[in-house]
Design a protein. Sequence first.
Lengths: 293, 334
Amino acid sequence: MTNMNLYSRGDKMFVIMNMVLIGLFTLSTLYPFIYIASLSMSTGFEARAGNVILTPVGFTLEAYKQVLSEPLFWSSYMNTFIYTIGGTIMSLLFIIPGAYALSKPQLYGRRFWNLVVAFTMWFNAGLIPFFLNMRDLGLLDSYFGIIIGFAVNGFNIILLRNFFEGIPQSFEEAARMDGANEFQVLWKVYMPLSKPAIATVALFCIVSRWNGFFWAMVLLQDEEKIPLQVYLRKVIVELSDDEEFATSLLTAAYSVETVTAAIIVCSIIPILLIYPFLQKYFSKGILLGGVKE
Amino acid sequence: MSNDPDFTGAGGATTEELVFDAKEAQRRRKPNTMQRVGDHLKREWQLYVMLVPTILWLVIFLYKPMYGLQIAFKDYSIFRGVANSPWIGLEHFQTLFGNDQFIRALKNTIIISFYGLIFGFPMPILLALMFNEILKQTFKKTAQTIVYLPHFVSSVIIAGIVITAFSPSAGIVNTILGWFGVDPVYFLTKPEWFRPIFVGTGIWQEAGFQSIVYLAAIAGVSPTLYESAVVDGASRWQMMWKITLPSILPTIIIMLIIRIGNMLEVSFEMIILLYQPATYETADVVNTFIYRQGIQGGQYDLAAAAGLFNAVVAFVLVMTANAISKRYSRTSLW
């Protein structure tokens, strides 16, 4: 299949056209990121005038200085780390033992418990009852509320349960002979064998936590507690609505656009750092859990 | 010996004793349910300790709100709470279906989903077919790495990019239009531009990542099919249309069914970030309507009714989709 001599001229044309089209699509995916990065390093004046196309115009790091000098930026960045790390650990503490128990045939009412999990994927009470419930539980404006309130997700449980079910019984027999209890079997036999599946679930959690904004916006009123994404939204919405602010910046070295771009760059960097892992495990995860959008 | 009335069986037990033994053995073999459950729990209690937190979490955070859904049929007041608010039957539903904004939101949800389906569904299939035809592995890997990336970027960032790029003064889109002598357009305030921008952004963000499913299906196609086609002198173009595409058709159909099942799940987070009062007429969907009426406006009961309507329709769609795909593929989606 890789021997190019086998192909006719038509085939060569096809292969080249195909590469050109894929190349164009790839560039169109990449371009907005390059544009934002360049914008963040341009002067406010050039950005306002629409002179930034591909590379920074009038190179300056003023926008970053502005962003990094804002205490709310740092506190929201910290908060995002707290929600991401705390939330992911919380999720794994619930999901791993839960999925393990559900994978065991001797569990009484196993079909019923599985249905209890799966039903939450098909039917959702919706925004309002969830919100009122969080309020009734006293979890508004609370770090703990954000961390616990989104810990479990039916899809992740089923993904991990399927993986556990695929591990042959014979692996745990030796451990059971030695008198290991369920917790030891899970810890010493299943966890090491399931590293890719657990990594996949952990990465799912990390990405959804890092990127999550809607519920953080709804549940957190206290500015001290908001995560980065909510802060970014505030900047975008409030700065662009605030004409006075926008005009006062006309002469400054930075503008609404360059400041927004700089925050975007700052918040993408951690995702880029873990991206190699994401790419490795996510495609596996999609296929492990069956098809799900 | 044979007519000895006190005939005793083996071990010297009397008939009565034997009968008693048999009953005892049966009792031991089939302990009553209570005892059986007790024994089981004594042996397997650790499994239940592992299961309970997850189930409790689901009950507290997902099933309790389902109980709370009853406010859709009640005149809910915060002070009375869910259980003590008075029932008012279907009043909220009558209000909703007489509400132009709700009808508009319903219409917009369907139209936006439909655009997403028509323009967004074929894209990842096309991409997967094209990726499959790339012979240079380094080129392929690099391109894939780049097109998967937007999937992992948050909707706030994507919205920030869109708002910046389409801005009337500084945005690149208007700069380019300016080269052709077009006056700046404030795209995000124009109702007619909202759907193209929203659907286009969705495709830009997700098409690459969604192609993974199809690439996996293509990887499963038997190489012998291509080998014999090459012997028959088929071109790559012909092989793509006549072997690859038909081979992944089952995957395509299942993905299509799932997609239709999730019709009502328009990514409203992105809409909240991109829409504004000027574009509500084309942008407002059911979930953004619920957000504005309920969480921002405090009309919890009415908004919950809209949510219940949404959830029931979505449930029916998903269940139907699952049943159809079960019949089609003989395997359920979950």
